[in-house]
Ligand binder design. Structure first.
Ligand code: BGC
Length: 534
């Protein structure tokens, strides 16, 4: 199936605003498809599977970092931003992938990691040697009698102090792992270099990239003077308050500059903020008209399976983004969180809820992000042996939190084979027994499967022109049920485990468990979602 790269209303040649309602599929590169049998997914593997993504109905693909990296944090530690790591292929493979995606009507967004480099980046090597690149990072003297204590009380997101001491006695800042030194965005050379990096990928062969997912978009600017946070409790409250290293007002100037740069290219290239902000209003600031196009809605991702809580998040998200004229984005899973099948309770209950949540998400106005394997209903893999784990947050937090490997297990394409079709050999993380039953091949053509549910939902979403970027309003519904109307369409979600009866809103179009219609009323099964034509 070939789609046109048009989005809504392009005949006039006006801007399409394709991103306002796009369904964007996240490919975690090392776990998607391995073409060469080294156990690690790669760019050629992705290119081979692009037809699957086009047929699924995705509008765009987001690729996690595939740049030269020692892989201390799954590639979010970049040693050279213009080189493809040999693990994943070559620059020629990247160009070929871009060309093939565009030919299928798929846009491609790539990660850019501007908050920190790898400690192997040539700049950091120079900084350690006392060279001028030291100004491009945050080096400070220590505190305490002999400077043996860190410069301030900041903690790394992965656990432990956010500072590491180097042989000359000074300390450098790393909000993540020690192998990820933070860049100093007050330094003009840093800014100029990232402009050049963005241009490099925008101008690459194959049509260039269609946008960037900006890693830690809220963290690049630190409060002047790098002040202490305060009490130990406050120090650990990452994500729920304004910290001197997150969501500082100064980041917006950078994003405005990037928007100008993106707008100087044809084809509506976009910027997507991975930003953790303390409220929906603060998050909306990243998507003001002259800033980025989208920001991930982590409030929605974190929301429990509970009707009032979900309704509140939907209302707050829509109100906040509407206040700046931006679309909302919805996301249920990504490579940093426990898969939503498991978050919602696991087993058959978790799967029922996950399927219903997906249909809810795809019926809401805005753009939706899918994480590879969610269309297969994959659960989190919770029993990986510790010695096989690679997530740095696991090692820095004594195994208590940060278990991010369980959502990164290679996905199954076939019922059997050494890695269920992921590649010719075993994958870099072991897949659970029975993983083949969830595979693309096992689910294809099976009308009750989660894969066919996603395929149908995405096809319907495209056909029902009003879905995506249009209005919505809530309808009266019994406790535990969400019901809302979109143009010509109603969505009902029963978050209770028991069935609920209500007046039939219309003709069922698609459901995660068939509703039982009798005359004017309908019994909606527990943990289910139905789309209705009205
Ligand atoms: C990415 C993580 C990564 C971190 C540091 C995040 O937000 O999604 O996977 O560990 O940034 O780069």
């Amino acid at each position: 199936m070939t789609q046109q790269l048009t989005g809504a209303a392009t005949a006039s040649g006006t801007r399409t605003r394709w991103w306002r309602d796009a369904v964007i599929y996240q490919v975690y590169v090392r776990s998607f498809a391995d073409s060469d049998g080294d156990g690690i997914g790669d760019l050629r593997g992705i290119e081979e599977r692009l037809p699957y993504l086009a047929e699924l109905g995705a509008d765009a693909v987001w690729l996690t970092p595939f740049y030269a990296s020692p892989q201390a944090d799954g590639g979010y530690d970049v040693a050279d931003y213009r080189v493809v790591d040999p693990l994943f292929g070559t620059l020629a493979d990247a160009e070929s992938l871009l060309g093939a995606a565009h030919a299928l009507g798929l846009r491609v967004i790539v990660d850019v990691v501007p908050n920190h480099t790898s400690d192997r980046h040539v700049w950091f090597r120079d900084a350690l040697a006392g060279g001028p690149a030291r100004e491009r990072y945050h080096f400070r003297p220590g505190t305490g009698a002999d400077g043996g204590l860190p410069p301030n009380d900041w903690q790394s997101v992965f656990g432990g102090p956010a500072w590491t001491r180097v042989p000359d006695g000074s300390w450098y800042l790393h909000l993540f792992a020690p192998e990820q030194p933070d860049l100093n965005w007050e330094n003009q050379e840093v800014r100029a270099e990232f402009d050049a990096i963005l241009r490099f990928w925008l101008e690459l062969g194959g049509g260039g990239v269609d946008g960037f997912r900006i890693d830690v978009a809220h963290g690049m600017v630190k409060a002047a003077g790098l002040p202490d946070i305060g009490t130990p409790e406050q120090v650990r409250m990452i994500g729920s308050q304004t910290l001197p290293f997150f969501d500082q007002d100064g980041v917006h100037e950078i994003h405005r500059g990037w928007r100008e740069l993106l707008d100087s290219y044809a084809g509506e290239r976009i910027g997507v903020a991975e930003a953790w902000a303390p409220s929906a209003e603060r998050l909306a600031l990243y998507v003001r008209p002259d800033e980025l196009h989208q920001a991930f809605n982590f409030q929605f991702l974190r929301c429990p399976w509970d009707a009032p809580a979900m309704r509140t998040v939907v209302d707050e998200s829509l109100a906040a983004t509407a206040s700046v004229g931006a679309p909302t984005t919805w996301v249920l899973s990504n490579h940093d969180v426990v898969r939503h099948v498991t978050r919602y309770g696991g087993g058959t209950t978790g799967l029922r809820r996950a399927r219903a949540a997906a249909l809810l998400m795809l019926a809401l106005p805005g753009s939706a992000y899918l994480y590879q394997g969610e269309e297969l209903g994959l659960p989190e893999v919770t029993d990986l042996p510790d010695e096989l784990r690679e997530d740095p947050s696991f090692f820095r937090s004594s195994g208590q939190e940060g278990l991010r490997d369980g959502c990164r297990v290679p996905i199954p394409w076939a019922e059997d084979g050494p890695s269920y079709g992921f590649g010719p050999g075993a994958g870099w993380l072991p897949q659970p027994d029975g993983w083949g039953e969830c595979s693309v091949r096992a689910q294809t053509g099976n009308p009750g499967s989660t894969l066919e549910l996603y395929r149908e939902a995405l096809a319907l979403r495209r056909r029902l022109a009003g879905l995506g970027d249009g209005p919505m309003h809530w309808l009266d519904a019994p406790a535990g049920v969400l019901a809302f109307a979109r143009p010509g369409f109603v969505c009902t979600v029963n978050t209770l485990s028991a069935a609920v009866e209500l007046p039939a809103p219309g003709r069922p179009l698609l459901s995660t468990s068939a509703p039982d219609i009798s005359g004017e009323s309908v019994r909606i099964p527990g943990d289910s979602c139905t789309w209705w034509a009205i």
